[in-house]
Design a protein around this ligand. Structure first.
Ligand code: SF4
Length: 277
């Protein structure tokens, strides 16, 4: 559980930056309030993920830090044309998903991106594509009317979700030639496997992570789908001990953007309460 190498590497770059006050973080470096406050305190400017759309005019610094979620190459070029110096911390596994999507499009396929509509990584993934559809739920699936389709995934998608959506797409597009590239990243898969093991051993689960974190949300969804009570908290202060006291055994997990120190604080709070975790 906890931070993946992609987020840790991006944080390391930010923490060792020699000129934070001359740097704008392009979106949220991690979906975690505590880390965002730390960066703000060091002097980083930041654009939030909603306002960053079309907000290049508001960037006042020379340097722009691209987060691990990545951006489209077109966006990168726009920033460079405007004279910005890029500090690019895009995770290599996000780059791999971009490369897979572009390769499928070059083969003449309409690209289907399985992922959360509006999520920063998904916006980056489709940003260089001409022919694409984002599929978040079964409701987004239809006969897309293309002879050749290529499917890629947001790196933090649930594997079960990917399989379900692919089955729906195949059913709705029986005549299409479909190529699937599983671009869910290995750290996400590892965490999902570990969670399945944890779920089998506990009655309720505390998931530590920010409200905007897609993989934190996916962990909550997995717990609930398995019939477990799932409580998402951003920090130890948000623990609901009254609720947790109803369960003999409580599990603890965390999203890939949650710092170790926050997880440790939640664990310590749980252990010092009457909860058996
Ligand atoms: S969740 Fe996966 S793709 Fe995203 S930053 Fe972490 S390792 Fe990279």
């Amino acid at each position: 559980m906890g931070m993946c190498f992609g987020v840790l590497d991006a944080l390391e770059v930010a923490r060792t930056s020699d000129a934070p006050e001359e740097t704008t973080v392009f979106g949220e470096l991690v979906h975690n309030e505590a880390v965002l406050s730390e960066l703000e305190a060091r002097g980083f400017e930041s654009l939030d993920e909603v306002e960053r759309e079309g907000a290049l005019d508001r960037i006042r610094t020379k340097r722009v830090l691209v987060t691990a979620h990545g951006i489209a190459d077109r966006e990168r070029e726009r920033l460079v044309r405007r004279g910005h110096e890029l500090i690019d911390t895009t995770c290599p596994l996000v780059r791999r998903a971009h490369a897979a999507a572009l390769a499928l499009e070059r083969e003449g396929r309409h690209v289907i991106v399985l992922g959360r509509m509006g999520h920063v990584e998904v916006r980056g993934l489709v940003g260089d594509l001409e022919s694409f559809t984002i599929v978040q739920t079964e409701d987004d699936v239809s006969d897309f009317g293309f002879a050749a389709l290529g499917i890629v995934c947001q790196t933090t998608l649930l594997e079960e979700r990917m399989r379900g959506l692919i089955a729906s797409i195949e059913l709705a597009n029986p005549h299409a030639d479909i190529v699937i590239r599983d671009t869910i990243c290995e750290p996400t898969k590892e965490r999902q496997r570990a969670l399945r093991d944890l779920i089998s051993r506990v009655e309720a689960i505390v998931v530590v992570g920010g409200a905007h974190s897609n993989n934190t949300q996916q962990l909550v969804t997995t717990c609930r789908a398995a019939g477990r009570v799932a409580l998402r908290v951003a920090s130890a202060d948000e623990l609901d001990f009254e609720l947790l006291a109803n369960y003999d055994t409580v599990g603890l997990t965390a999203g890939t953007s949650t710092p170790e120190s926050t997880i440790d604080a939640v664990e310590a709070a749980l252990r010092s309460s009457r909860v058996h975790c």
